[in-house]
Write a protein that binds this ligand. Structure first.
Ligand code: PLP
Length: 348
């Protein structure tokens, strides 16, 4: 009866995505595209082949091979995980020693900070300026003077929708011996990926996910791309059966249909452009509101009454994400985008 939770978990609550009865969900940057008839049939067929009584392939060879083929990279540089979230935790626990310092940025993906708190690694945070971009030169000198051992950031960034050019990211990588964790969760919507180059660097792990552009958030599959030394370490420290057989089988089928995936990505980008351009018409004559340009599948709006707008959307059955004074809205079907625009006009 004397067992006490330690202080790092004492007041933690389970991650709660926005819950409740929403008719439209635009809060998690998921794809709005469900597999079409043909793809659904292929998925069911793949599920039929799964040996449910057996453990999964520990290294998910076929899955990594299909992923590598889709992105024109080498399978030897790929490790799969139960979502890129698992890979983030894994990197924190295995690649950092107790007390080693981690750098993240504000705003950026909140999970970096969260996992570092669980592994008891101090997190230092650099705030982004008004343009919400990372100041590379500032980051480089900060890493040097603060003995940073790992840098986590997303490019393009969730939640800012901003991207760093390849040149900027290369400059950061080459400036330090710290581990650079380059989270490219949204890079399918932009063109500055370093996925082909990361194996050339000795200090980079690039993360990818099937949860966004690929439209398979339900499967929980993420990938780490890195040189053979880092890849060997990642494969060695992960739990052996981290990606289940059903997800592996289904993901292989999806990744092997390149035309289907390219079509999906083009549809999402068109929807994003449409949402951005119509939102721009609303924001253009308002100097209290700022709409940021975007290289992701969502838009970001800065507004003084973000909390009220989010509440009003919720009352109308539409879930969007509020982060401080910002609203993050995932693009969707024409109908749902139109609904967003109607509500923005009404409440912004
Ligand atoms: C959504 C997202 C992920 C994806 O995580 P999964 O665990 O693969 O679903 C990773 N990083 C960022 C920045 C994201 O926005």
């Amino acid at each position: 009866m004397d067992y006490k939770l330690n202080s790092k978990i004492l007041n933690l609550a389970p991650y709660e995505p926005i819950s409740g009865d929403y008719r439209i969900r635009l809060d998690a940057n998921e794809s709005f595209i469900l597999p079409d008839e043909n793809m659904r049939q292929k998925i069911f067929d793949a599920a039929q082949t799964v040996l449910f009584n057996r453990y999964p392939d520990p290294l998910a060879f076929d899955l990594c091979r299909h992923f590598a083929s889709f992105y024109n990279i080498n399978y030897d540089n790929v490790t799969s995980g139960n979502g890129s979230d698992e890979l983030i935790t894994l990197i924190m626990t295995a690649f950092l020693q107790k007390g080693e310092k981690v750098l993240t940025f504000d705003p950026d993906f909140s999970m970096y900070k969260f996992y570092a708190s669980i592994t008891e690694n101090p997190v230092l945070t650099l705030s982004k300026g008004d343009n919400l971009k990372i100041d590379i030169d500032n980051a480089i000198s900060f890493i040097k003077s603060n003995d940073i051992k790992a840098v986590f950031f997303s490019n393009p960034c969730n939640p800012t929708a901003q991207g760093l050019s390849r040149d900027d990211v290369r400059k950061l990588i080459n400036s330090t011996n710290a581990l650079i964790v380059l989270d490219e969760a949204y890079m399918d919507f932009w063109d500055q990926s370093l996925i082909n180059e990361v194996p050339k660097f000795d200090n980079v792990i690039c993360l990818r996910t099937m949860s966004k552009a690929i439209g398979m958030a339900s499967l929980r599959i993420g990938f780490a791309i890195a040189n053979p030394v880092l890849t060997k370490a990642l494969r060695a420290v992960k739990s052996p059966y981290n990606v289940n057989s059903l997800s592996q089988a289904i993901a292989c089928v999806v990744l092997s249909d390149k035309q289907y995936l390219h079509n999906c990505i083009e549809k999402i980008k068109a929807s994003r452009d449409n949402l951005y351009n119509t939102a721009k018409d609303i924001c253009i004559n308002r100097n209290d509101i700022k709409l940021y340009d975007t290289c992701t599948n969502f838009i970001l709006i800065k507004t003084p009454n973000a909390d009220k707008v989010r509440e009003s959307f919720a009352k109308e059955g539409v879930a969007i994400r509020q982060l401080g004074g910002y609203l993050r809205i995932t693009c969707s079907t024409d109908d749902e985008n139109n609904e967003v625009i109607r509500l923005l006009k009404k409440y912004l």
